[in-house]
Design a protein around this ligand. Structure first.
Ligand code: C2E
Ligand code: CA
Ligand code: CA
Ligand code: CA
Length: 276
C-alpha cells in the first residue's frame, strides 16, 4: 500500500542526487498521472498564407504534476522514451484528439490536426495500431499530419520508412519537424518523401536581424518548393519575421505572434475570429 511507497521514495532521496530523483519521479509518475488526468493537450493554430480558411492545429502535451508543478514536454517526452512509455503517451494523445475532433465538429469546425511522434516510435511496428483510432475518427474534410524529426530516420531507416509509407497510404501527411537542425542528408530527405518541411524555430526567432538565418530560410523554402512540398515556419514571434516569411511564400505560419497553444475549448472561437 501507500506506506511501502513512502519508504521506497525515502530510500531514493537519500541515495541519489536531485536531478536523478526528479527523473525517477517523472518516470514513475507518468502512467498514474495519465490515469489521474494530470496531462492535457493544448492546440496551436497554423495559418495558411494563401487561404485563411485552412484550419490546422498542432497538438502539444502538457503535464501539471501535483508536486512538481508544470513539467515541460521536452523533459517528460524524452523520459517517456527512455523508460519505454512513449507508446502509452501517444495512445493517450490519440484518444484525447479523437474526443476533441468530435467536439470541434459539433461546433461546426473541420480541423486538420498535427501530432508529434518521437524518434523511437517511428520505427515500431505498433505505430499504425496506435494511430488507428485517429484514422477512424478523422472525417472527409479533416486531415492528420504526423510531425517527425530528421533523427527519427537515422535509427532504423527501413522500418521507419515502411511505417511512414503505410501511414501516408492511409491519408496522413508527413512533416519533417525541426528541419535544418538534424543530421540527415538530402538523399535521406528524398527517400523519406515527406509532404511538408517545418523550418525549426531557431532560424525564425531573430530572422529579421540575422542575415545568416535569412539565407538558410530562403534555401529551405526553395528546396521544399522545388521538391513539391509545403513549407511551414514555426516560432514566429514578431511582425517582421511574419512579413519576411509572407514575402518568401511560406505556406503555413505558426508562432506566438499568431497564437499561443490553447485549450481545445478555445480553438473554434479562435478560428472564427481569424476567418477571412
Ligand atoms: P516542437 O514539436 O518543435 O513544438 C514547438 C514548440 O515551440 C512547442 O513547445 C511550442 O509551444 C513552442 N512554440 C510555439 N510557438 C512559439 C514561438 O513563437 N516562440 C517560441 N519560443 N516557442 C514557440 P512545447 O509545447 O513546450 O513542446 C516542446 C516539444 O515537446 C515539441 O517541440 C515536441 O517535440 C515535444 N512534444 C510536445 N507534445 C508532444 C507529444 O504529444 N508527443 C511527442 N512525441 N512530443 C511532444
Ligand atoms: Ca512539432
Ligand atoms: Ca519544431
Ligand atoms: Ca523541437
Amino acid at each position: 500500500g501507500s506506506g511501502q511507497q513512502r519508504c521506497a521514495t525515502f530510500t531514493y532521496k537519500t541515495g541519489m542526487d536531485e536531478a536523478h530523483q526528479r527523473e525517477l519521479a517523472i518516470i514513475q509518475g507518468l502512467a498514474p498521472g495519465l490515469e489521474r488526468g494530470e496531462l492535457s493537450l493544448v492546440y496551436q493554430p497554423k495559418m495558411a498564407l494563401a487561404d485563411a480558411n485552412v484550419h490546422q492545429v498542432e497538438a502539444l502535451a502538457r503535464w501539471l504534476h501535483p508536486e512538481l508543478g508544470p513539467i515541460a514536454p521536452d523533459e517528460f517526452i524524452q523520459l517517456a522514451e527512455r523508460s519505454g512509455q512513449i507508446r502509452l503517451v501517444t495512445e493517450w494523445v490519440v484518444g484525447q484528439i479523437t474526443r476533441d475532433l468530435a467536439q470541434w465538429r459539433e461546433e461546426g469546425l473541420d480541423l486538420g490536426v498535427a501530432i508529434n511522434l518521437s524518434a523511437d516510435e517511428i520505427a515500431q511496428t505498433a505505430l499504425e495500431q496506435t494511430l488507428a483510432p485517429l484514422f477512424q475518427a478523422v472525417g472527409e474534410a479533416e486531415s492528420i499530419t504526423l510531425e517527425v524529426t530528421e533523427s527519427a530516420l537515422l535509427r532504423e531507416p527501413e522500418n521507419a520508412l515502411q511505417n511512414l509509407r503505410a501511414l501516408q497510404a492511409r491519408g496522413a501527411r508527413i512533416s519533417v519537424d525541426d528541419f535544418g537542425t538534424g543530421y540527415s542528408s538530402l538523399a535521406q530527405l528524398k527517400q523519406l518523401a515527406p509532404d511538408e518541411l517545418k523550418i525549426d524555430k531557431a532560424f525564425i526567432c531573430d530572422l529579421a536581424d540575422t542575415p545568416a538565418d535569412q539565407f538558410i530560410v530562403d534555401l529551405i523554402i526553395d528546396l521544399g518548393h522545388k521538391l513539391g512540398l509545403e513549407v511551414v515556419a514555426e516560432g514566429i514571434e514578431n511582425a517582421s519575421a511574419w512579413r519576411y516569411l509572407s514575402r518568401k511564400g511560406v505556406d503555413l505560419m505558426q508562432g506566438y505572434f499568431l497564437a499561443r497553444p490553447m485549450p481545445a475549448g478555445d480553438v473554434a472561437d479562435w478560428f472564427a475570429d481569424h476567418q477571412a
